[in-house]
Design a protein around this ligand. Structure first.
Ligand code: ATP
Length: 330
């Protein structure tokens, strides 16, 4: 039996991870979940939100499913999500945005994927206060990380039969840092002559995405733009409740939804488990459990088609009602 690390998170994390574990279990696939707690709840006892045991577990198991862990704004410990990505060198954040059945959105032809560099840029966390009235954050872009993420995007395009890779930067303003990223993209592109390329400024990308998202297939970008744009693309397909994600490294992978811990709806049996479930489906494909992945995907689609949906996507079902419906459709 395969062992997989499960970080059940905080906020709505435990509710949606319970739902997803139940669905996978009901599909017939037996997984030994190595449950690891992290975040604010463990700081008291273990002195850190990301104890070494969590990293060890992922290193041993190679794969983790992660529910959201709260990132405190402006104070307190640094983001567990960012620390995890850095510690395990999960350099590629892959965030597909594809329409789901029966979720009313502005467009019905969205099928794109954001490939976000996950280890540097402003997320390197190199910042300091100069004095009481000023602060400085340093944007780090290296050739190594930029070439690696661009290569990942082209490989993704080849594997998933996508015809074009677009790169989004602000190279007109950040001439050195984003300029280097763009330079790396152009260099790597030369190895993939069959894949078309497109270069766009990230502000124009936002405009184009809200006007006609069907023009994009794979979009690669530095960390901060990727974080922001993937919330935008989540909005194109029905919101954060359905936006899946994966953080891929050379040695391990952590599958997690785009959304945060949604403390505003914690404990109300309202949270949509779809984003975590779609992330888990990708995880099952990653570990070559494709038959089970497809079985669960079909049950999810059937449930949505039958009109059973959580509140965030226009329905009335609670988390548990939605979960039970998926299980009965398996
Ligand atoms: P973070 O900074 O931790 O990524 P965030 O600012 O993206 O968090 P979220 O916690 O993702 O914020 O929540 C944003 C909004 O989306 C909230 O109103 C929340 O209730 C809603 N939301 C997020 N995830 C879900 C979900 N799975 N089901 C229903 N609503 C959700």
């Amino acid at each position: 039996m395969r062992t997989i690390t499960l970080i059940n998170g905080d906020g709505i994390g435990p509710e949606i991870s319970d739902a997803v574990v139940k669905i996978i279990d009901a599909s017939g696939l037996k997984i030994n979940w190595d449950v690891q707690t992290a975040g604010a709840d463990v700081v008291h006892e273990e002195g850190t939100p990301l104890p070494p045991r969590v990293l060890e577990s992922i290193k041993v198991n190679k794969v983790a499913l992660k529910a959201p862990v709260t990132t405190p704004i402006g104070y307190g410990f640094s983001s567990v999500n960012v620390q995890l990505r850095k510690a395990l060198d999960l350099y590629a954040s892959v965030r597909p945005a594809k329409n789901l059945p029966n979720i009313q959105t502005r467009y019905d032809n969205v099928n794109l994927v954001i490939v976000r560099e996950n280890t540097e840029d402003l997320y390197a966390g190199v910042e300091h206060r100069i004095d009481e009235n000023s602060a400085e954050s340093i944007k780090i872009i290296t050739r190594k990380a930029s070439e690696r993420i661009c290569r990942y995007a082209f490989e993704y395009a080849v594997k998933h039969k996508r015809k074009e890779v677009c790169v989004a930067t602000k190279a007109n303003i950040c001439k050195l840092s984003d300029g280097l990223f763009l330079d790396c993209f152009r260099k790597i592109a030369q190895n993939y002559p069959k894949i078309k390329t497109r270069e766009i400024l990230v502000d124009n990308l936002c405009l184009q995405l809200v006007q006609d998202p069907s023009q994009f297939e794979v979009i690669v970008m530095p960390n901060l733009y990727g974080d922001i744009v993937s919330d935008l693309t989540a909005g194109l397909i029905g919101g954060l409740g359905v936006a899946q994600g994966a953080n891929i490294g050379e040695y391990c992978a952590v599958f997690e939804p785009v959304h945060g811990s949604a403390p505003d709806i914690k404990g109300q049996n309202k949270a949509n488990p779809t984003a975590l479930l779609l992330s888990a489906i990708e995880m099952l494909k990653y570990i070559d459990e494709t038959t089970y992945a497809e079985k669960i995907e079909k049950a999810l689609y059937k449930t949505l088609k039958s009109g059973i949906r959580t509140v965030d996507i226009g329905g009335t079902a609670s988390t548990t009602e939605f979960t039970d419906a998926i299980i009965s459709n398996l």
